[in-house]
Ligand binder design. Sequence first.
Ligand SMILES: [Zn+2]
Length: 146
Amino acid sequence: MLFFLALLSLFDLKMWESLDIAMKEMTREMDYITLVADGQRGIPKKCPCGQPIYHDISKIEGDLGNRYFTCKAYKNDRFHWRVPWFYGVEEEFDKLTEQIDEQNQKLSGLETQLKQMSEELKNQRGVIAKLKELVEQVVKNIFDGW
Ligand SMILES: [Zn+2]
């Protein structure tokens, strides 16, 4: 322990602080790059940098005519989105298909619930009709006795 403290005292505290700041900055940058790399699915609406996405058709030789969903502030620095059109559309299609499946499952559950509630309502109407008859009979018996 003393050896460690002695070793620590050899270094300037400011150097440790600046190293700590640099590490935090690097971690934040890596988190952002990970977000940009993994955070996109489907047709993007807005880049992680906050800029809107537009439909771009490449005018670059060798890539001429290819379509992309591109950030307005796009630079090839891994901080912005430039998604090939067919990837974006394919992922969007998959996403929408999953949403439709989820909605169908929810709808199926609601249909089952509706059938149960309709059956319960039918039973309750039967009970109410019997009670109504009973009340009418009781009222009739009371007035007939007079
Ligand atoms: Zn961007």
